[in-house]
Design a protein around this ligand. Structure first.
Ligand code: ADP
Ligand code: MG
Length: 388
């Protein structure tokens, strides 16, 4: 059985076992990885994620009592809640808050959400930065919209799923993850302008070019990631204020040196340089992909990594080791992806070299005594959808 069929079968089996009977349908949403554009989102800038072939599947059916029951294979116990709990952020906590949050966001937008029984299985690793959170939100949203016959076009789903995560779960994320997992398409990356929320699918057909992206889970413990994230954000906001712009996105690449000269603190200058050059790298990557020059984006990926390491200072030894080993083994480019201080590295490789690059990274880890990394090759996949 393929991995995709397997996860759907697990969701169905979970449904039968927990609730008896058959689900009315199964809905899936993928994880995502950000090809380039890191810490640009909250600076009103650009990002370029793509949807992964790893998916979260929800098997679901309407419940006539108007309440919600949700089971996930990550937990033995199903969680139940009704309208009163759904309407008050915080009343449902733990992982089920991601589900209650979607119900809340739909109801807050005036939709009559049907009660439902939901069983969830997933191949998206949780907490690795591949956005298992957006995957569960989008899969649940797709299920509830269709079960309820709700009038909600898919271009409004990302904002709703984001509200669930921001306002019900209480996690301050931008709109990148939800956009990627809802609007991603096979063979494409999603170019997102975080200021206007305009999205554009950009050809990124790795398979046709004999290429693949190797995703390396660093397995590095997240060290102070939340506090460091908040500090970077604050530093960017202060710099924008000092420069008299709404956000660092408004500093043009050509004006960067002049802008840096106006900042008296060396650390702030490094932070600004990362954001401004990273926005430009996203735009340059999009141009190359539009021209079908996928291999040529490699140096931009690697430059992005150097900028995160030296200017934004958000990498850790495990991450830098993975990037260096992948490049030494012949990757066209490699960079950390995600907020930093752990998480994943991605490397652009020839498809038939992926195993050798993965082995080289594993060997470098063993040399340094790090916990073995997780590796998988991926191609851009499709967004949230009904399975059958
Ligand atoms: P990431 O999105 O990078 O995987 P997050 O911390 O944003 O990490 O989201 C992970 C959380 O999302 C989990 O701790 C859990 O609460 C919830 N979650 C994700 N996938 C599932 C799932 N299949 N079943 C239950 N909860 C899930
Ligand atoms: Mg997440």
């Amino acid at each position: 059985m393929s991995a995709a069929a397997d996860v759907a079968a697990r969701a169905t089996a979970g449904f039968r076992q927990r609730y008896g009977g058959e689900p009315a349908g199964r809905w899936a949403a993928p994880g995502r990885v950000n090809l380039i554009g890191e810490h640009t989102d909250y600076n009103d800038g650009f990002v370029l994620p793509f949807a992964l072939p790893l998916r979260t599947v929800v098997a679901a059916a309407v419940a006539d009592d108007g309440r919600w029951s949700v089971w996930s294979e990550l937990d033995d116990e199903p969680v139940e809640f009704g309208p009163a709990e759904a309407d008050e952020p915080g009343r449902v906590d733990g992982w089920a808050a991601y589900v209650a949050g979607v119900v809340w966001a739909l109801r807050a937008a005036g939709h009559a959400v049907p009660g439902a029984r939901l069983a969830i299985a997933s191949d998206v690793p949780v907490g690795s930065g591949l956005s298992s959170s957006a995957a569960i939100e989008a899969a649940v949203l797709a299920a509830l919209v269709e079960l309820g016959g709700l009038d909600l076009p898919a271009d409004r789903w990302p904002r709703l799923a984001q509200r669930a995560e921001n306002d019900y779960v209480g996690a301050p994320t931008g709109i990148m993850d939800q956009s990627a997992v809802i609007r991603g398409r096979p063979g494409h990356a999603l170019f997102l302008d975080c200021r206007t929320e305009a999205v554009e699918l950009i050809p990124f057909d790795l398979g046709a070019a004999g290429l693949a992206v190797l995703v390396i889970d660093s397995h590095a413990p997240h060290r102070h990631a939340d506090g460091e994230y908040a500090a970077r954000r604050k530093s960017c906001e202060r710099a924008a204020k000092a420069l008299g712009v709404a956000a660092l996105r408004d500093v043009a690449t050509g004006d960067l040196e002049a802008a840096l000269a106006r900042l008296d603190d060396a650390e702030t200058r490094r932070r600004v340089r990362h954001v401004v050059t990273e926005d430009q790298r996203v735009l340059d990557t999009v141009e190359l992909l539009r021209a079908g020059r996928i291999r040529d984006i490699g140096p931009l990926l690697t430059a992005s990594h150097a900028s995160m390491r030296d200017d934004f200072e958000i990498t850790v030894p495990e991450i830098d080791t993975a990037v260096e080993a992948a490049l030494a083994a012949g990757a066209y480019g490699a960079r950390m992806t995600g907020g930093g201080f752990g998480g994943c590295v991605l490397a652009l490789v020839d498809a038939d070299a992926a195993d050798a690059v993965a082995a080289a990274v594993a060997a470098a880890y063993a040399d340094r005594g790090f916990t073995a990394p997780g590796t998988r090759t991926v191609l851009p996949a499709g967004g949230a959808t009904r399975l059958d």
